[in-house]
Design a protein around this ligand. Structure first.
Ligand SMILES: [Zn+2]
Length: 187
């Protein structure tokens, strides 16, 4: 389903830890391929589609200058998030713009949400995403929000920013569809 990029294609230009050049013009490679790490990622593959859980592979590199391990995740994913960026954009738009409840939004992106036990638990992921967005740490391209902003306001504003990042020409689509596409590009 996901084509794995070659080790050369996604090699980091610099070590994020010590800033050494990954592939110096003269001299041996610094950022060397260090295997793969599998990640499970949740979310629909298209806006409004059935939620899926897919396995993706992140490439690992080891910096021979400082020893750091740097993980490069495939496009459309955010670091340390179980849900695809597009699914996060979708949920923020559904909660922040459409005003749906958290369980409804969850059922749209989480493949196990229809199971009774999982559905009964409180779903904390959207609160974590919103707090990360407040600090400017959810989508790398988006700014931070003021401490006085409510969570509902942050969900709404983040969703609108993602709508603004969606490709032109699809503006007749509902906002969550646009936020889904914008979020995939913003990751
Ligand atoms: Zn390094």
């Amino acid at each position: 389903m996901t084509v794995l990029p070659t080790v050369d294609l996604v090699r980091p230009a610099r070590c994020s830890c010590c800033d050494a050049a990954g592939r110096p013009v003269n001299g041996p490679l610094v950022m060397r391929g260090h295997g793969l790490r599998e990640r499970l990622v949740c979310g629909p593959l298209e806006p409004g589609g059935a939620p899926q859980q897919v396995t993706v592979q992140a490439r690992r590199y080891r910096c021979s200058a400082c020893g750091a391990i740097v993980v490069v995740v495939p496009r459309g994913l955010l670091r340390r998030r179980r849900y695809a960026a597009a699914a996060i954009g979708w949920v923020l738009a559904r909660i922040g713009l459409d005003g749906v409840s958290t369980p409804v939004a969850r059922a749209e992106v989480c493949p196990s949400a229809t199971l009774g036990v999982a559905a009964a638990e409180r779903w904390l992921a959207p609160s974590r995403w919103i707090e990360a967005s407040r600090r400017g740490q959810l989508f790398p391209r988006l700014g931070r929000h003021g401490a006085e902003s409510s969570r509902a306001q942050i969900a709404e504003r983040t969703a609108m920013q993602l709508v603004g990042l969606s490709p032109q020409g699809s503006t007749r689509e509902p906002a969550p569809h646009l936020a889904f596409r914008g979020a995939a590009l913003a990751a």
